[in-house]
Design a protein around this ligand. Structure first.
Ligand code: ATR
Length: 273
């Protein structure tokens, strides 16, 4: 039996077990997927334990996305540029392969909305924390022009240099109203919603406002965006699409059903609300 898990702290509200078990059950696979709390600072010791316990794949969430790299014996180019991994796979030589499926997860979630042709498109991204990094890498690779705005401008300049191969623009979040007119799409990666606040937006005129968060923390921002005339989308499909990429790595390229897992997640979030 294939033993899989998601590790993080906190981990209690993770939807990953629900997503992966839905696919494992639907496809009748001989595998298990659990959630395991691993406190900060215990990443490397925990990975040694998981090796001995026979785990073959792990999803990695906060606060371990960078710390797991110390134990990775093989890392994808995406992981190197993003500086973080969310998927580990046991190799036959006993090492761990590190991948970042948040990047293809974002482009797959946007493709689901019909957004696939990025050349000549301008994306306004808000926030320059951990959540922004995979998005920047993915959209830079896809050929989009990016304007990255952040409360702390230096952080925006810094991560553009780390995660992107091409040149893009950056600036303070206060420039939002001024540059918004140039954007085909806005992607919010800030954690403002987790602190109960939201970023004030100018009129959207029917353009897409995509928030990487979902559930209760996303609600005030998406309500505000909707009231300002933006078409809105939360990050739940990105979560499911990144899970699908991990699943595919672990199960020899199998592509699981996105819509089944998304429906199950929406139902679970509604029950929590
Ligand atoms: P995550 O890993 O979720 O991205 P993070 O690394 O702590 O979390 O980054 C949080 C991001 O949200 C940062 O870009 C932060 O801006 P600063 O770099 O200036 O701190 C942004 N952020 C958090 N709260 C915000 C708020 N109330 N308004 C605007 N930006 C906010």
């Amino acid at each position: 039996m294939k033993r899989l898990a998601v590790i993080g702290d906190p981990i209690g509200h993770s939807l990953s077990p629900l997503i992966h078990m839905t696919w494992i059950d639907t496809l009748g696979l001989d595998a298990s997927y659990e959630s395991i709390r691993v406190p900060a600072g215990e990443t490397e010791a925990a990975l040694d334990d998981f090796t001995h316990e026979g785990f073959t794949g792990l999803n990695v969430t906060l606060p371990h996305k960078q710390a797991v790299l110390a134990k990775a014996t093989r890392t994808s180019d995406a992981v190197k540029a993003i500086g973080a991994a969310n998927t580990l796979t046991r190799l036959s030589d006993g090492g761990w392969q590190a991948d970042n499926t948040d990047a293809p997860g974002l482009t797959a979630a946007l493709a689901r909305l019909g957004l696939t042709d990025w050349a000549g498109k301008t994306i306004l991204m808000l926030g320059a924390g951990g959540a922004a990094r995979a998005g920047l890498f993915a959209l830079d690779q896809a050929g989009a022009e990016i304007i990255l705005l952040n409360r702390t401008v230096e952080k925006a300049q810094h991560i553009l240099g780390e995660c992107c191969a091409r040149q893009h623009r950056s600036g303070p979040l206060d420039d939002l109203a001024e540059v918004c007119g140039q954007a085909d799409l806005v992607i919010n990666t800030t954690s403002a919603g987790h602190g109960g606040s939201h970023i004030r937006l100018p009129s959207g005129d029917g353009r897409l406002f995509y928030d990487m968060s979902y559930g209760a923390p996303a609600r005030p921002q998406l309500q505000h965006a909707g009231a300002q005339g933006w078409k809105t989308e939360d990050g739940l499909a990105m979560l499911v699409c990144q899970a699908a990429e991990s699943f595919s790595i672990w199960f020899d390229g199998k592509r699981p059903d996105i819509e089944i897992a998304l429906a199950v997640c929406r139902a679970a979030l509604e029950q929590d609300a």
